[in-house]
Design a protein around this ligand. Structure first.
Ligand code: GLA
Length: 408
């Protein structure tokens, strides 16, 4: 655990030792807000971008208890857990009927959600779930509309640690609003409602907003309690779509930081639609973007190459850097783009991307990236120190590829 994370969890633990009545009084006097809000604040979650796995990209509707357990097992045996991956997230299609009191139940694919959460926790991992603020989810299953409080309580009772809350069904309601402003407000209110319901449970639950970047969510995502928010429509396992999404993130850096991240969607690494070079670009760009790293492949059938791509410690270190500053595009020269991310130790991650499908030579001028004099350069994917450099660095970048540097 990082220094900040440790300090926060230590202070939460010491708060736990003080009787609640005294605490409520102290907070009342200090005007800090309710005890429950502070406790479940999300202040201690997502201090770095969440890492884990999500069922949607690979399994889509074909997800069940057995498959989720197998993914948790594989996350451990592949070394992904030890590399930092934590959340096992069930996406859409787990939802069953509501009982007579209105409480949601899982469907027959997930006979016992609490037991599944216990299993995932026993592996040192966390469990995530999915719902919609509308009456139906994107896949047409039961949404949370009108049952937000009950659903949050149910998630907490099951031991859920992460909620992806996907606009979908609410769009039908929003269309009935008299003005676009009223429709927008309806969306804000819906996200606030679930935020408050989650906080009231007292359980720290990562709150992931999914509304495809509509209404510039990066401007208000933090205010409605979002720990992360999707900035785009859905990714697919093709270079063109991944690049379209990834390179369109320019300009969003200032909206991200510890506890609240831009989310350009889940990873496609290992799903087979891109080559290794393209997946390296995917990982590198997501790391520079301080994006959540949610693997979207079948973890039980990974090749050593896929495992190496997903668990490269130096790439993950860039993504999880404690400074929490998202990187941005520094220059664009035709198909060559240079993206830079400042890191906590004063160094910078520099991604030199070639968006063309032929190899290209690119030159990095470190002075233009804010460096003075000699710099120490390391090629991350090659795992090789390139030594001290005085002048610009010229390198060949593979088709759709990247050269990812750490520069000091
Ligand atoms: C939307 C989301 C996806 C996925 C599906 C599930 O399309 O953007 O990430 O959750 O819904 O139905």
């Amino acid at each position: 655990m990082g220094f900040i994370g440790k300090r926060i969890s230590e202070s939460v633990m010491s708060i736990d030792r003080i009787p609640r009545t005294y605490l409520a009084l102290i907070f009342l006097l200090l005007g800090i807000g309710s005890w429950q809000q502070l406790h479940a604040q999300g202040a201690s979650v997502a201090l770095t971008p969440p890492m884990g796995w999500n069922s949607w990209n690979h399994f889509n509707h074909n997800i069940d208890d057995k498959t989720v357990r197998a993914q948790a097992d594989a996350m451990v045996s592949s070394g992904m857990r030890d590399a930092g991956y934590t959340y096992i997230n069930i996406d859409d299609t787990w939802e069953g009927e509501r009982d007579a009191q209105g409480y949601i139940q899982s469907n027959s694919k997930f006979p016992d959600m609490k037991a599944l959460a216990d299993y995932v926790h026993s592996k040192g991992l966390k469990l995530g779930i999915y719902s919609s603020p509308g009456d139906k989810t994107c896949a047409g299953y039961e949404g949370s509309l009108g049952h937000e409080k009950q659903d949050a309580e149910t998630y907490a009772r099951w031991g859920i640690d992460y909620l992806k809350y996907d606009l979908c069904g609410l769009r039908t309601e929003m269309k009935r609003a008299p003005t676009p402003e009223a429709a927008h407000q309806m969306m804000i209110d819906a996200y606030v409602k679930m935020r408050d319901a989650l906080r009231a449970t007292g359980r720290p639950i990562v709150y992931s907003l999914c509304e495809y970047g509509e209404g510039s969510v990066w401007k208000w995502g933090t205010d409605v309690g979002g720990n992360l928010w999707r900035t785009t429509g859905d990714i697919t396992d093709r270079y063109s779509r991944m690049a379209e999404i990834g390179f369109a993130q320019a300009g969003l850096a200032r909206f991200a930081g510890p506890g609240h991240w831009n989310d350009p969607d889940m990873l496609e690494v290992g799903n087979g639609g891109m080559n290794a070079e393209e997946y390296r670009t995917h990982m590198s760009l997501w790391a520079i973007l301080a994006a959540p790293l949610l693997a979207g492949n079948d973890l039980t059938t990974m090749t050593p190459e896929t495992i190496a791509l997903l668990t490269n410690r130096e790439v993950i270190a860039v993504d999880q850097d404690k400074l929490g500053k998202q990187g941005d595009r520094a220059s664009e020269e035709g198909p060559i783009e240079i993206w830079v991310r400042p890191l906590a130790d004063g160094s910078k991650a520099v991604g030199v991307f070639n968006r063309l499908d032929t190899p290209l030579s690119a030159t990095v001028d470190f002075r233009q990236l804010g460096f003075d004099g000699a710099v120490q350069v390391r090629d991350i994917w090659q795992g090789k120190d390139l030594g001290a450099m005085m002048g610009p660095y010229t390198v060949t970048v593979q088709p759709h590829g990247v050269v990812l540097l750490r520069v000091k």
